[in-house]
Each structure stands twice: as structure tokens, then as C-alpha cells.
Design a protein around this ligand. Structure first.
Ligand SMILES: *[C@@H]1O[C@H](CO)[C@@H](O)[C@H](O)[C@H]1NC(C)=O
Ligand SMILES: *[C@@H]1O[C@H](CO)[C@@H](O)[C@H](O)[C@H]1NC(C)=O
Ligand SMILES: *[C@@H]1O[C@H](CO)[C@@H](O)[C@H](O)[C@H]1NC(C)=O
Length: 309
């Protein structure tokens, strides 16, 4: 009774494994544009794809970031300064890419640039705090995507968006989770539209990883600033003890982050080089075993497992 079922499951598993193990030929002919290559996932991905022979066009926010990356990569890799919140900067980057790739088109766009601060309980934040994050993580990503799509359609290429498990289960205050939820929603609509053009769209959902973005000191600094600029009434209601407990919880959470950034960049590379890329990749055991399953659970259970800060 159970044996046929197990055999069927094993066959499905083998088929999936085989299907996803197929890698494209000629990846060395292909151009990939990556945003946010100064540090973290973008930086690692740029070096990894460069090592595997792809033609990497790496966008950095700062000159220093670009110079450091160049030193560590082959002469194939080209860098460009890009501020995703600045439409002029995005347009001129798109033109730069267009001149390089010309008729061949752009094979891959990796929307990786992002910020995570200020993140604090919602009531300690202002509209501007939300806007700053949304400008980079969501509107910047949309602007880059819209400007690059003609080049991607030309190559029947791939778009890879970096979201987060926060886009599924919002357990932090501030604009970060909102922005990642927006990325998921934008990706879903784009994927359906782009299927018509043979363009594939994938979302990467990393769990907790330790990058410069999630640097503890930097994070706490923003929490402190948000707390200090909160109205007196708010500070009185929450109380100093709450603030200190919150900082401890943040520190504890960030100490648990994984340093295995390659788990994320391997998913990105698969999305760019596999014959059949997946629609969603979850990276890290916390994402796979806790947050993704939790996102399908009833709100009552989510609230029980993720108490307020
Ligand atoms: C790979 O590149 C070679 C030489 O550039 C070409 O002859 C071949 O058709 C390409 N294969 C594919 C699958 O595009
Ligand atoms: C990016 O562009 C925005 C809008 O033009 C500007 O306010 C911001 O200071 C720029 N950031 C950097 C790091 O240049
Ligand atoms: C990536 O995100 C942007 C903006 O949210 C969206 O327009 C695009 O469709 C997404 N692409 C993929 C492949 O998810």
C-alpha cells in the first residue's frame, strides 16, 4: 500500500532534481546587471558570476565600493555608480548597459540594492522614515526594472528580485517589511506579464543573514535615534524599560543571523543560469523551516509565535 506511494514520491523528487540541475550552455556569453554591489549579497554574487565566466555589470552606490570590487574581480567585470532613488542615475545606467550589450540584450537583472534601516516599532517612526526605505527597496527597484526591461526582453532574459521572508511575515516595524511585500507583489504581476515574452522572473527570499545591512551597531544606532526623536508622550507610554528590552531583543536576533551568504548567492546564480529557474527561492534554514511554513498558518498562530517587540 505504501510502497507504490513512496516510489511515486521518489520519482517526482528525482524528476525535480534532474530538471533543476540542467544548466544553460554558453553562460559566458551572457551579460548580467546587478545592483547594490558595494557589499553583501550583491558583492559576493558579482565575484561569483565573474569567476564562472559571465559578463558582470556591477552597479555600486559608492566609488570606493566600485574600486574595491574591481580589485577583486577579472577585467571582464565592469562597474558603474548607481543611486537607485535617482531617476537620472537609473536612466543613465540603463543607457550605459544598452551601449555595452547592444543587440545581444541583457540576460540578467538582479535587483539586490536595498536598505533595512530605520527599523523600530512603528510608533517611533515618521512618514519620512517609511518613505526612505520604500524609495530604495521598492520604487528604486521598480524604476531600475522598468528601464532595463526592453534590454531584457531583447535577450529573453531573467529578472531576479531580492525580497525577504519579512515580505511574507511582517515581524518588524517600519518600511522594510512593506517594501519587501511590495517587491513580492510587483514580481508576481511582472512574472505573469513577462511570460508572454519568454522572460522569467524569480524572487529570492533570504532568512536572517549577516551583511553590512544587518550590522548590529548600525541597526541599534537607528533604533536609538528613532526612540530619541519620538514625542514625549510616546516615550512615556512605552517607558525606558521597554526601550532597553527592545534593544536587547534586536541584538539577540541579529546575533543569530547566518554568515553563509553563499546560500543566497547560489540561489541567485541558479535563477540566472538554470534552464528551468524556480519562481521562488528561500535561502537559509530559518526561512525554509520556520518563516515560509509560518506564512501559510492562521494569524492566530503567527501572533502567538511572533509576539510584538
Ligand atoms: C554556444 O556558443 C557556440 C559558439 O559561440 C555556438 O556555436 C552555439 O550554438 C551556442 N549554443 C547555444 C545553445 O546557444
Ligand atoms: C541618491 O539620490 C537621492 C535623490 O536624488 C539623493 O537624495 C541621495 O542623497 C542620493 N544618495 C547618494 C548616496 O548619493
Ligand atoms: C521585481 O520587482 C519589481 C519591482 O517590485 C517588479 O516590477 C518586477 O516584476 C519583479 N521581478 C521579478 C522577476 O520578480
Amino acid at each position: 500500500m505504501w510502497l507504490p506511494l513512496l516510489v511515486v514520491l521518489a520519482l517526482i523528487f528525482l524528476y525535480r532534481w534532474y530538471r533543476y540541475s540542467l544548466i544553460l550552455q554558453n553562460i559566458t556569453d551572457k551579460y548580467v546587471f546587478i545592483t547594490g554591489c558595494d557589499s553583501g549579497f550583491g558583492n559576493l554574487l558579482a565575484k561569483q558570476l565573474d569567476k564562472h565566466g559571465m559578463k558582470v555589470l556591477a552597479a555600486c552606490l559608492t566609488e570606493t565600493g566600485a574600486e574595491n570590487l574591481k580589485k577583486e574581480a577579472s577585467s571582464r567585470l565592469q562597474t558603474r555608480i548607481l543611486n537607485v532613488t535617482n531617476t537620472e542615475s537609473v536612466k543613465s545606467a540603463a543607457k550605459w548597459v544598452n551601449d555595452i550589450v547592444s543587440d545581444q540584450g541583457l540576460w540578467g537583472l538582479v535587483n539586490n540594492a536595498g536598505i533595512a534601516t530605520p527599523t523600530a516599532p512603528n510608533e517611533w517612526l515618521t512618514k519620512d522614515d517609511f518613505q526612505n526605505i520604500l524609495d530604495v527597496n521598492l520604487l528604486g527597484l521598480i524604476d531600475v526594472t522598468l528601464n532595463m526591461l526592453p534590454l531584457i526582453r531583447r535577450a529573453c532574459g531573467r529578472v531576479v528580485n531580492v525580497s525577504s521572508i519579512c515580505g511574507r511575515v511582517a515581524f518588524l516595524g517600519g518600511g522594510y517589511c512593506l517594501s519587501k511585500y511590495g517587491v513580492q507583489s510587483f514580481s508576481d504581476s511582472l512574472r505573469r506579464e513577462m511570460a508572454h515574452f519568454g522572460v522569467k522572473v524569480s524572487i529570492i527570499e533570504p532568512g536572517y543573514f549577516r551583511t553590512e545591512m544587518s550590522d548590529c551597531k548600525h541597526f541599534l544606532e537607528h533604533v536609538r535615534k528613532s526612540w530619541e526623536k519620538s514625542p514625549d508622550e510616546v516615550r512615556k507610554s512605552y517607558g525606558q524599560a521597554f526601550y532597553e528590552k527592545h534593544c536587547q531583543a534586536v541584538t539577540k536576533g541579529l546575533l543569530k543571523t547566518s554568515k553563509k551568504l553563499y546560500l543566497v548567492t547560489e540561489c541567485m546564480e541558479h535563477a540566472l543560469t538554470a534552464v528551468y529557474p524556480k519562481t521562488r527561492y528561500s535561502a537559509g534554514w530559518d526561512a525554509k523551516l520556520f518563516f515560509v511554513p509560518l506564512s501559510y498558518c492562521p494569524a492566530m498562530l503567527q501572533d502567538f509565535l511572533l509576539p510584538g517587540n
